[in-house]
Design a protein around this ligand. Structure first.
Ligand SMILES: CC(C)(COP(=O)(O)OP(=O)(O)OC[C@H]1O[C@@H](n2cnc3c(N)ncnc32)[C@H](O)[C@@H]1OP(=O)(O)O)[C@@H](O)C(=O)NCCC(=O)NCCS
Length: 167
């Protein structure tokens, strides 16, 4: 049905198409240009080299379908240094439980392969689909940790809600 795998050069084009889609990027400050999308892949690859884990490619029916995985958050939050779980999938796979199952597998890898114990997730207040994934994978709401994203001052989606799970 799906698998998590490393990135390859053939992923750059479908990833850029996804990042240019306004529906996919509705809860981000803007869509990404091809250059910004490619740069994100390079960043993800260098973080894999550093941490061993990262945002894995989700492959579905042999096609690139987005990413799901673990990342050391690079900006200041009330959680302090921590690992987040995140996802971004192409609309053709939405509504099939792929994000939920891919995230469950990412948490398993985090615990079993990288000895992680705590994982956080955050999103804008109105990203109901993303919040629903957090709930489905067993995360708990942490209202006390909600924060204004430091990199997006003035953006309507700046306020972020936080979820946590012990793994
Ligand atoms: C956030 C995002 C990954 C969620 O995708 P999604 O398809 O809603 O989530 P899932 O893949 O877990 O699918 C859940 C749906 O599949 C259904 N489903 C079917 N089989 C399922 C299964 N085995 N397990 C869980 N859910 C299943 C659920 O009932 C649910 O249906 P619904 O959409 O009618 O509520 C997707 O909307 C996305 O990529 N958005 C853009 C990027 C983004 O905002 N990322 C998050 C930034 S913080």
């Amino acid at each position: 049905m799906f698998r998590l795998r490393d990135w390859c050069e053939d992923d750059l084009e479908p990833f850029a198409l996804m990042n240019a889609d306004e529906e996919v990027m509705r809860y981000f400050p803007s869509v990404l240009t091809r250059e910004q999308s490619d740069a994100m892949v390079r960043r993800i690859q260098s973080l894999f080299a550093e941490n061993g884990f990262g945002f894995w490619v989700v492959e579905c029916e042999g096609r690139f379908a987005g990413f799901t995985g673990l990342n050391r958050t690079a900006f200041a939050t009330p959680m302090g240094p921590h690992v987040e779980i995140g996802w971004r999938l192409a609309p053709w796979v939405w509504g099939r439980g792929i994000a939920t199952r891919a995230a469950t597998e990412a948490l398993r890898r985090g615990a079993e392969e990288f000895s992680l114990t705590d994982v956080y997730s955050f999103t804008t207040q109105t990203n109901i689909r993303s919040e629903a994934v957090m709930k489905r994978i067993g995360m708990s709401r942490r209202e006390d940790l909600d924060f204004d994203h430091p990199n997006t001052p003035g953006w309507w989606g700046q306020r972020h809600i936080v979820y946590h799970i012990s793994i």
